[in-house]
Ligand binder design. Structure first.
Ligand SMILES: [Zn+2]
Ligand SMILES: [Zn+2]
Length: 219
């Protein structure tokens, strides 16, 4: 065995060599432990992907008015990733109106203007929830598992942070900057006057835009 970093044993005798091996062993163990912890943390975060950060049910996806929608079939909360949030908020008033209508109809328990698209989505969402609730009746452990997803990003698994923008509470991911709206908060935001929404939009745009700039690496 040739190890360039290995000290010559002639210098300090056998104790030096033993110390060297002990240190090397400790260092290897430390590196191994760190790698294991990193893998475990990554695996733990993956468990939260596509799970509601409020009630833990699996989220469902749909496309409404060209907008990819990620919603909880149980509490009807809404997830928008940073790019989608930016897309929803940008554009002219006319461009945003259909998106607003679509979002409003899906966060209300009965759509404000039920149409074919809304009905199809609502049926799919109800079926999704029924399937999950049935699975939970068969496996009661799933109910306890739901609690672990609380305030975890449904996209990357990092923690969500609660913030208030113009009296509307949102939860934002500390890592990917996506935004979670509780159904009530989304309804509140969407129903406000154009001027009030304008203020909210600017504030929200400012916090999601951080994504396009240098991104803070979570520790
Ligand atoms: Zn939920
Ligand atoms: Zn995230």
């Amino acid at each position: 065995m040739t190890d360039p970093k290995r000290p010559s044993s002639s210098a300090g005798g056998r104790s030096n060599e033993e110390e060297y091996f002990a240190r090397r062993e400790a260092e290897l163990l430390r590196q191994h432990r760190e790698a294991m912890e990193k893998t475990a943390a990554e695996a733990e975060r993956k468990l939260h992907v596509m799970k509601c950060p409020k009630c833990g049910f699996g989220l469902c996806t749909a496309t409404g008015h060209g907008l990819p929608i990620v919603q909880c079939p149980h509490c009807l909360g809404l997830w928008l990733d940073a790019n989608e949030t930016e897309a929803v908020l940008k554009g002219t008033t006319e461009e945003r109106a259909p998106v607003r209508e679509a979002l409003l109809s899906i966060v209300q328990s009965a759509g404000s203007k039920p149409d074919r698209e809304w009905e199809a989505y609502a049926a799919q969402r109800a079926a999704d929830l029924a399937r999950q609730q049935q699975a939970e009746r068969e496996q009661p452990a799933l109910a306890a598992e739901r609690a672990t997803h609380r305030m975890k990003c449904p996209q990357c698994g990092f923690d969500l942070l609660t913030t208030s923008l113009h009296d509307i509470e949102i939860d934002q991911c500390s890592s990917c900057h996506g935004v979670w709206f509780d159904a009530g908060e989304a309804e509140l935001m969407l129903k406000r006057s154009e001027a009030e929404r304008g203020m909210f939009r600017s504030a929200l745009l400012a916090i999601v835009k951080a994504v396009s700039g240098p991104r803070a690496k979570p520790k």
